[in-house]
Design a binder for this molecule. Structure first.
Ligand code: NAP
Ligand code: ZN
Length: 347
């Protein structure tokens, strides 16, 4: 059993050394543990498509060496003197956000994810493709007992990113579309179904139909099929775009009812092309959403445990991170790759 000495010995990780580079073994000495910090011994870490965007520097914000990974479940291994609510050995999850100022207007309103001083787990910090991680304990969330670590890990980014806009924007009576049946998309279908909505999945991968229906979609539209896309024109109240690539957004605006909303969570690197008239006529809107607040993360975890909503995962050992990344790049993940540290332990 791997037992990292307390103190400042080094953390073992997998890092990209340059844009689009393969991940290589990398060790670093963590910052000293602050009074509100915890060190978490990592059991499982999901591979989000944002990790691929970061490795490739698609958004122009990456710094190298880059340790990806922001869908973490592990065990509290050490804690600072001011950490009251987490116990040594407790299982916690960590998502995209690792800190915020906790005193600005947005933090005070419970929108920590809108804080200008927000820090991301693996942008300018070393992320979860590692043996351990240190961060502000106020961004580590207890995981409900019912959820297995590897299936819960993807909830910490993929799950909250789709849960938060659905919670804000939809009602049970609505007909909701989900574009892309990937890591985010397969969770979005499950949440929207559990909210009571009628769910239509849009996918360019016909082999995903059976599973999309099992996740809760009552309709599956192949986005390659122009006539199928036209047949559902004007039928949906809300569409959540989770795809990682640029698509024909006009086709989706046509599928919205008047007053409908197309909400982007997929961080498509290319600019979104939308003619103004496509919004004006039916008074339609386009919006975006980033992860979720701390309260929403806790609500999401509780809701997921209550409704049995988890990621369908395929696991690999942490050392095989490159294989997992390759599967995500090729759209072969069904539906989330999760890396595991076999030696992770609760104490
Ligand atoms: P993923 O597992 O790779 O799934 C993305 C899905 O997009 C694919 O499964 C595929 O679905 C669809 N897609 C990909 N390439 C396509 C293409 N060329 N044409 C049509 N459809 C395509 O990725 P993910 O982890 O769910 O992440 C999705 C996006 O959300 C990424 O851009 C990621 O960075 C972003 N993200 C944003 C936030 C946020 O806070 N807003 C948080 C997390 C992730 P089908 O095979 O079904 O077509
Ligand atoms: Zn993510």
């Amino acid at each position: 059993m791997h037992m990292r000495a307390h103190g400042n010995s080094s953390i073992r990780a997998m890092a990209a050394k340059n844009p689009k580079g393969a991940l290589e073994k990398f060790e670093y000495v963590p910052e000293p543990l602050g009074p509100y910090d915890v060190e978490v011994s990592i059991e499982a870490c999901g591979v989000c498509h944002s990790d691929v965007h970061l490795i490739d520097n698609d958004w122009g914000i990456s710094t190298y060496p880059l340790v990806p990974g922001h869908e973490i479940v592990g065990y509290v291994h050490e804690k600072g003197g001011m950490v009251r609510d987490l116990k040594i050995g407790q299982r916690v999850g960590i998502g995209w956000q690792r800190a915020s100022c906790l005193h600005c207007e947005h933090c005070n309103q419970g929108d920590e994810n809108l804080c200008a001083s927000s820090q991301a787990t693996c942008v300018g910090h070393f992320g979860g493709f590692a043996s351990e991680i240190r961060l502000d304990s106020r961004f580590a969330f207890p995981i409900p007992e019912k959820l297995a670590s590897e299936n819960a890990a993807p909830l910490l980014c993929g799950g909250i990113t789709v849960f938060a806009p659905l919670l804000r924007d939809v009602k049970p009576s609505m007909k909701v579309g989900v574009i892309g049946v990937g890591g985010l998309g397969h969770l979005a279908i499950q949440f929207a179904k559990a909210f009571g909505c009628e769910v239509t999945a849009f996918s360019h991968s016909p082999d995903k139909e059976k599973e999309a229906r099992q996740f809760g979609a009552s309709r599956f539209i192949s986005s390659n099929d122009t006539s199928a896309m036209k047949s559902v024109a004007g039928s949906l109240d809300y569409i959540l775009a989770t795809a990682s690539a640029d698509l024909d957004w006009m086709a989706y605006l046509n599928i919205l009812k008047p007053r409908g909303k197309l909400c982007f969570v997929g961080a498509v690197p290319a600019p979104i092309q939308i003619p103004a008239l496509a919004l004006i006529g039916g008074r339609k809107s386009v919006s975006g959403s980033n992860i979720g607040s701390r309260t929403e993360i806790m609500q999401m975890l509780e809701f997921a445990a209550r409704h049995g909503i988890v990621a369908k995962t395929e696991t690999l050992p942490m050392a095989d991170a490159n294989k997992a990344i390759e599967k995500v790049r090729k759209n072969e993940a069904r539906y989330r790759m999760v890396l595991k540290n076999p030696e992770a332990h609760s104490h």
